[in-house]
Design a protein around this ligand. Structure first.
Ligand SMILES: *Cc1c(COP(=O)(O)O)cnc(C)c1O
Length: 629
């Protein structure tokens, strides 16, 4: 999905033929009595202008010429002089410099209507750019970010720094979602070095170098000759695609998006959309006895403790084969002693109910505190239940109840239980990695999550983060051999990361990659920020389209959002199929008291994806449902 286009200025978007800097250079040197050919100037176009002047002055013919005609000005100072004159000269041709090339208006319109951000990088200085920007704005061209090498410690093209800074400002992490467009070899290299899709523009570019009038007066075969040559040079430099007119970017972007759409985006509570690099790790096979694999397992376990803001002295991570529920069942089945223990389960949704079901299956003495699905679990109700049941020794609650997307206040609940000496179990399946959780500060005893939720791995195992001192006391508690959390822990500890029974090797490799990508994204807080941005965009966009949320926005998590059916006869299946055909998988509702559906905000999903989804839903509601808002 293309999220941004980063454009060059002269020859690409403005200044047909990139004439202005050439004329200015020519006049600047002529001011000092040196006549330059256009070819000499054009060789290094695209560099920042000072570097370009220096480079030209290094050419022996030019430097000798300078030394004979200006014996009083040492060559070392010549660059400053010529550069100062260049700035004066470019000022004189500013009108030409800033004139938009044909096709730009169409491209700007397309970008605006498709939520594609526009930014620029340039060899111009900030001072020059400041003169051009208002002239471009008058013609409707206002790129959001404009980067010069002054903003990157003077590191200009062909280095990727300016382009990377533009991406950073636009909050884009995946360079394959960015197109860099330019008309020179240095532009192409800049795009390649940053890992973006690098596109070369031929028409009106520097490699042809003619004014529009001069070019159009050529015979058609001569025009072709110029264009073929320019295209070949850009291709040779490594351009991924060559376009003639800048507006040819529009079909190119549509076809890139179509290609990328073959992979559907899952807006679900997990399994969710993972990155390509996470998926790619699974192309190799691995042995479970292998030392590298055991080390990787240990690294994953340590990293998980770190993500939980806990120390290895006090906490450990136990990985358990199977889906998330296997982890919950292993924890409940191992944490609660067979005698003299009672579990309180607070349930305000399907996952809380599932814990009650597990307790019933395993014959664990328990008290169920059932709360309406649209209400959070409050400390007051829990305390009331505790007063009525002094025998309660363990407490289990879901953090983000994925049924609705409601967030339960574990920051209040867990420390209060800990103070009473009650052992706590948090099902943070759908929130861990996506919302910061401070295990150590809250004194959580057990937290359960899985490989296929907010860490953004693929399904295959669950994770139990446990307070070591608590887990150490659970030997012999387990009601199941495979789901014995204590035995699983001991095997990891006593055998340097060896799994008990066959482990999901591919999934572990994918998960390790996902953990690395979580760090690259900026950690849990950066991820929370992205998810929250997705959630806010979705909530507001759906509101504008006339959809009502199931729960109050104050208790809404950034993870997943439930919406009521807009009409009594709403056909969810038809809606689902419509979105699926267009690359989005959403989720049916799970709330019992009203008809609803859910849209997830988690996974490798950007605000841009949410905007596209909203565009589709808008089309669906206006064209198909004929809803008026
Ligand atoms: C996903 C999820 C689970 C686990 O479900 P599985 O289908 O077993 O992976 C448990 N609790 C919550 C809150 C969840 O979101």
């Amino acid at each position: 999905m293309i999220e941004a286009i980063v454009l060059d200025w002269a020859g690409t978007t403005v200044d047909y033929g990139s004439r202005a800097p050439i004329i200015a250079f020519k006049n600047a040197f002529a001011h000092f009595g040196i006549q330059l050919s256009e070819n000499t100037i054009r060789q290094d176009v695209g560099l920042d202008k000072m570097t370009h002047v220096r480079k030209m002055l290094q050419e022996s013919a030019i430097s000798e010429n300078w030394e004979t005609s200006h014996p009083d000005i040492p060559l070392a100072q010549a660059a400053d002089k010529v550069y100062a004159q260049f700035q004066i000269e470019i000022g004189k041709v500013l009108g030409e410099t800033a004139k938009l090339k044909s096709g730009m208006t169409e491209l700007i319109h397309f970008a605006n209507t498709h939520h594609i951000q526009l930014a620029t990088t340039t060899g111009y200085t900030q001072a020059m750019l400041d003169q051009i920007l208002p002239l471009a704005a008058d013609q409707g061209y206002e790129p959001r970010y404009n980067i010069t090498s002054e903003q990157t410690q003077k590191v200009g093209r062909p280095q990727p720094d300016m382009l990377q800074l533009a991406m950073k400002k636009m909050n884009i992490t995946d360079p394959s979602h960015v197109i860099k467009v330019g008309d020179t070899i240095n532009d192409v290299l800049e795009g390649r070095n940053a890992g973006t899709i690098s596109v070369g523009v031929v028409e009106g570019g520097n490699l042809i170098g003619l004014s529009q009038a001069a070019f159009e007066s050529l015979e058609i075969q001569d025009r072709d000759r110029y264009q073929i040559k320019a295209a070949a040079i850009l291709k040779e430099a490594g351009a991924d695609e060559i376009i003639n007119n800048i507006a040819d970017l529009i079909p190119l972007i549509e076809s890139i998006n179509d290609r990328q759409h073959e992979m559907p985006i899952l807006l679900t509570p997990g399994p969710l959309t993972t990155s390509k690099t996470v998926k790619e790790t699974m192309l190799l096979d691995h042995g479970t006895w292998d030392d590298d694999y055991k080390e990787l397992t240990q690294w994953v376990r340590r990293e998980l403790v770190t993500i939980g803001n806990a120390t290895e002295a006090n906490y450990t991570a136990v990985l358990m084969q199977g889906s998330g529920s296997f982890g919950v069942e292993a924890t409940l089945g191992t944490a609660i002693p067979k005698q003299n223990a009672t579990l309180l389960i607070a349930a305000n949704g399907a996952y809380g109910e599932r814990m009650i079901e597990i307790a019933e299956y395993l014959d664990i003495p328990h008290v169920s505190l059932e709360i309406p699905e649209d209400q959070p679990v409050s400390l007051e109700t829990v305390e009331e239940t505790l007063s009525a049941h002094p025998e309660i020794s363990h407490f289990a609650v879901v953090h983000c109840e994925t049924t609705t997307g409601i967030l339960n206040p574990i920051e209040k609940l867990i420390p209060a239980m800990n103070e009473r000496g009650i052992v706590t179990i948090v099902d943070a399946m759908s929130s861990f990695g996506g919302i910061p959780i401070d295990l150590e500060r809250l004194h959580v005893d057990y937290l359960v999550t899985s490989s296929n939720k907010c860490v953004q791995g693929v399904p295959g195992f669950s994770v139990v983060l446990a307070k070591k001192a608590t887990l150490e006391q659970t030997k012999g508690n387990a009601r199941s051999l495979s789901l014995d959390l204590y035995a699983q822990y001991k095997t990891f500890e006593d055998h340097d990361g060896k799994w008990r029974f066959t482990s999901p090797t591919h999934v572990v490799y994918a998960f390790a990659q996902a953990l690395r990508e979580l760090v690259v994204e900026g950690g849990v807080s950066a991820r929370t920020h992205r998810y929250s941005t997705n959630e806010a965009l979705l909530r507001e966009g759906m509101h504008d389209l006339g959809f009502e949320m199931v729960i109050n926005s104050e208790v809404q998590s950034p993870i997943i959002t439930s919406f009521k059916y807009p009409t009594d006869d709403f056909d969810f299946h038809a809606f689902y199929e419509y979105l699926k055909d267009r690359g989005f998988i959403i989720y049916p509702g799970k709330v019992s008291k009203c008809d609803s559906f859910r849209i997830g905000n988690i996974g490798e999903v950007s605000p841009n994806d949410i905007s596209r989804l909203l565009g589709l839903i808008k089309n669906y509601t206006t064209d198909i449902l004929k809803m008026t808002v």
